[in-house]
Design a protein around this ligand. Structure first.
Ligand code: ADP
Length: 270
């Protein structure tokens, strides 16, 4: 049953891939160029295989801090937004160079939460995604930090990129969301704290009991955490689609996941 479920992942055609800041930045705050290059290589190859790829990338603030030679986030929201604005351009400039090297074009899509609430803006967003995908371009998505304060407000877990990537899956009617994190999957307890934690291979429903296993919900990078990943899984399952939570430290894992191998945790109803 598990093997069959995993094998179905091979059939995924349209795929949303979400990378967290920890995947593309070093712990010392510098940009991990090796990882960014590898990500561009793997995604370009998937495109060459005939897949449709949408990338949701965090890291604007991290890259902005690095470019401005700052070691920690500024205190005020306007300052953080300015850093995000600087970092977003730099991030896209790097992706553009790396993807170009592998023969592919990118397009930037910045979204805010209200986009899904208003039919006209929703339709425009869907149309933009469709046109980019039809043209074989990789949309690279992030929250529009300039106008969406919630994303930067650490007190609320609202508008994080985990939820955003699930919403992008809904908007684009993608088959699969691959969420890359610093952890090998979803465990029965926090594996960073418990040596005996066991990884789930497949989760078919995000129940209250499952949610209770996501301890230490807040990520060290500010937003996100395991709870927002489970919330994203819930949105994905409700849409009858699939999500894989896996470790982004070796990005060739994407090839194995799409080959139906038992990497990370698969969230799937069947
Ligand atoms: P990212 O920055 O890559 O988005 P986060 O730091 O937000 O990742 O979330 C992943 C972290 O969630 C893990 O490093 C781990 O410490 C924590 N965590 C808490 N509970 C669990 C669990 N049950 N299974 C896996 N990870 C968990």
């Amino acid at each position: 049953m598990t093997n069959e479920t995993r094998k179905k992942t091979r059939e995924s055609k349209r795929i949303v891939i979400k990378v967290g800041t920890s995947t593309i930045m070093y712990p010392n705050g510098a940009i991990n160029l090796q990882q960014m290059e590898k990500l561009s290589f793997v995604l370009s190859d998937l495109l060459n295989q005939g897949k449709e790829i949408i990338l949701v990338s965090s890291g604007a603030i991290g890259v902005g801090l690095s470019r401005m030679n700052l070691t920690k986030r500024p205190a005020t929201i306007p300052e953080q937004q300015a850093i995000a604005s600087i970092g977003q351009t730099e991030l896209m400039s790097l992706y553009s160079k790396f993807f170009y090297h592998y023969g592919h074009q990118i397009g930037q899509v910045l979204l805010t939460k209200d986009v899904t609430d208003f039919p006209v803006s929703r339709r425009n967003t869907v149309n933009t995604f469709e046109q980019l995908l039809v043209k074989n371009v990789i949309p690279i998505v992030n929250e529009n930090d300039t106008v969406s304060v919630e994303e930067l407000d650490h007190l609320t877990r609202f508008g994080d990129n985990d939820t955003l990537s699930a919403i992008v899956l809904e908007l684009t009617e993608a088959d699969l969301l691959i969420m890359l994190s610093d952890i090998d999957g979803f465990y029965d307890k926090n594996p960073m704290k418990h040596d005996d934690a066991k990884r789930f291979d497949v989760v078919s429903e995000v129940t209250e009991d499952i949610l209770a296993l996501a301890q230490d919900a807040t990520s060290k990078f500010g937003t996100g955490g395991m709870i927002t990943k489970l919330n994203a899984a819930q949105i994905v399952l409700e849409a009858d689609k699939r999500m894989v939570l896996a470790n982004g430290s070796d990005l060739t894992i994407l090839f194995r996941i799409l080959n139906g191998e038992a990497e990370g945790t698969l969230f799937s109803k069947e």
